[in-house]
Design a protein around this ligand. Structure first.
Ligand code: SAM
Length: 307
C-alpha cells in the first residue's frame, strides 16, 4: 500500500516531482505521496500544479511523466480524500506494547475498514480507487512473474495476503492452482466474489500467524506482494516464522517472490534481513531489492528454495 509519511514542505514537493520527472518515482506513486503529504485538498491541488513549473519539464521525457501525473490527478478528483481515508483506516504505527496477536487482530479490522472504503485503494493506494489503474498495475506484475518463470499450467501457487484477489483473477488461466490467504474477512469475501467461477482458485481466511492451510512441499511458488510490511510491523519474529513456513510449503527448487519487505525506509536493513532469513531457511537470493516495474515502485526479492 505505501507507508511513507512526509512533510509537505515545498522542498519535499519539488524533490518528489523532480524524482518523478527523472523517471525514478512512477507518476502514480508520486501522486499518492503528494496526497499523503498534503494537509488538505487545496494543498494537494497546488502541489500537483507545481509540476508545471519544474525546470526539468524542458526535458521531453520529464515533461511527459509530469503530464502523466497531472492526467492521473485530473482523472481521479477524489484522490486526496480517498488516500487520506484509507490511510486513516490502516494505521501504520502499531503500539510498541501490543502483542503480535493483538497487532494481527488490529490489522485484520483495519483492512476490513479499508476494503469497505475502496477495494482497489485498500490493496494499492496508488490506484486511487480506479479499477482500470489497479488492473494495469496487476497486469505488469503478472507479466513479470511469467518472465521469471513462476507461472505454468502445472504449477501450484500460494499468495500470502491476497487482498481482493487481484492476482488470483489475473493468474488463474496461467497456473494449475492458486490459493490466496488473508487475515481480513472483508478482503476474503471480496476476493471470493472476484474469483467466483474460477475453479482452480481457492481463497481462505488465515490466522496470519503461519501457512497452516498449505501442505508441506505443496507449492511451486509463493507470492507475498505488499504484505510483509504488515507482518514485520506485527512482529519481527513473525517475519522469521513466515520465512520458515514458506520454506516448508515450497517444493525443492520452488520460488518465493517477495515484493516490499518493510516500510521502515531503510533499504540496507531490509536487504540484510532478507539475506539473513534466506540463509537461515535454505533459500538462494536470486534477485535482491530490484525495482522492475514502470507503474509501481515495489522492491522485489526473488528467492529460490535449495533443490
Ligand atoms: C496492501 S494489501 C495487499 C494485498 C495484495 N497482496 C495485493 O497486492 O493486491 C495487504 C494485505 O495483506 C493482508 N495481511 C496483513 N497481514 C497479514 C498476514 N499476517 N497474513 C495474511 N494476510 C495478511 C491484509 O489483510 C491485506 O489484505
Amino acid at each position: 500500500m505505501g507507508d511513507e509519511r512526509a512533510d509537505a514542505s515545498q522542498d519535499f514537493i519539488r524533490g518528489l516531482l523532480a524524482s518523478c520527472g527523472r523517471g525514478e518515482t512512477p507518476p502514480a506513486m508520486a501522486l499518492m505521496r503528494l496526497a499523503m503529504a498534503a494537509a488538505d485538498e487545496a494543498a494537494f491541488a497546488a502541489a500537483v500544479a507545481a509540476s508545471r513549473d519544474l525546470p526539468d519539464a524542458d526535458d521531453p521525457g520529464a515533461a511527459q511523466r509530469l503530464a502523466a501525473l497531472r492526467a492521473l490527478a485530473a482523472g481521479a478528483p477524489e484522490a486526496w480524500r480517498l488516500v487520506r481515508s484509507v490511510l486513516a483506516a490502516v494505521p501504520h504505527d502499531a503500539s510498541a506494547d501490543a502483542t503480535a496477536e493483538a497487532r494481527l487482530a488490529d490489522l485484520s479490522a483495519a483492512f476490513d475498514r479499508a476494503a469497505a472504503l475502496s477495494p482497489e485503494a485498500s490493496v494499492a493506494l496508488y490506484s486511487f480507487g480506479r479499477p482500470e489503474l489497479l488492473d494495469a498495475a496487476t497486469a505488469e506484475v503478472a507479466k513479470y512473474l511469467g518472465e521469471l518463470g513462476l507461472l505454468g499450467r502445472e504449477r501450484a501457487l500460494v499468495d500470502i495476503g491476497c487482498g481482493v484477489g487481484r492476482f488470483e483473477r489475473a493468474l488463474a488461466d496461467k497456473v494449475g492452482r492458486i490459493v490466496g490467504l488473508d487475515i481480513s474477512p472483508t478482503m476474503v469475501e471480496i476476493a471470493q466474489r472476484n474469483c467466483a467461477g474460477l475453479a482452480n482458485v481457492e481463497i481462505r481466511l488465515s490466522s496470519g500467524k503461519d501457512l497452516a492451510a498449505i501442505a508441506t512441499a505443496g507449492a511451486d511458488a509463493v507470492l507475498a506482494i505488499d504484505v510483509f510490511p504488515y507482518i514485520v510491523s506485527a512482529s519481527p519474529a513473525l517475519a522469521d516464522k513466515f520465512f520458515q513456513e514458506i520454506a516448508r510449503a515450497l517444493k525443492p527448487g520452488g520460488d518465493f517472490l517477495l515484493a516490499n519487505y518493510s516500510y521502515r525506509a531503510d533499504d540496507i536493513a531490509d536487504r540484510a534481513d532478507v539475506a539473513r532469513l534466506a540463509a537461515s531457511c535454505g533459500f538462494r537470493v536470486l534477485r535482491s531489492d530490484e525495482r522492475p516495474f514502470v507503474g509501481w515502485d515495489g522492491r522485489v526479492f526473488h528467492l529460490g528454495k535449495e533443490g
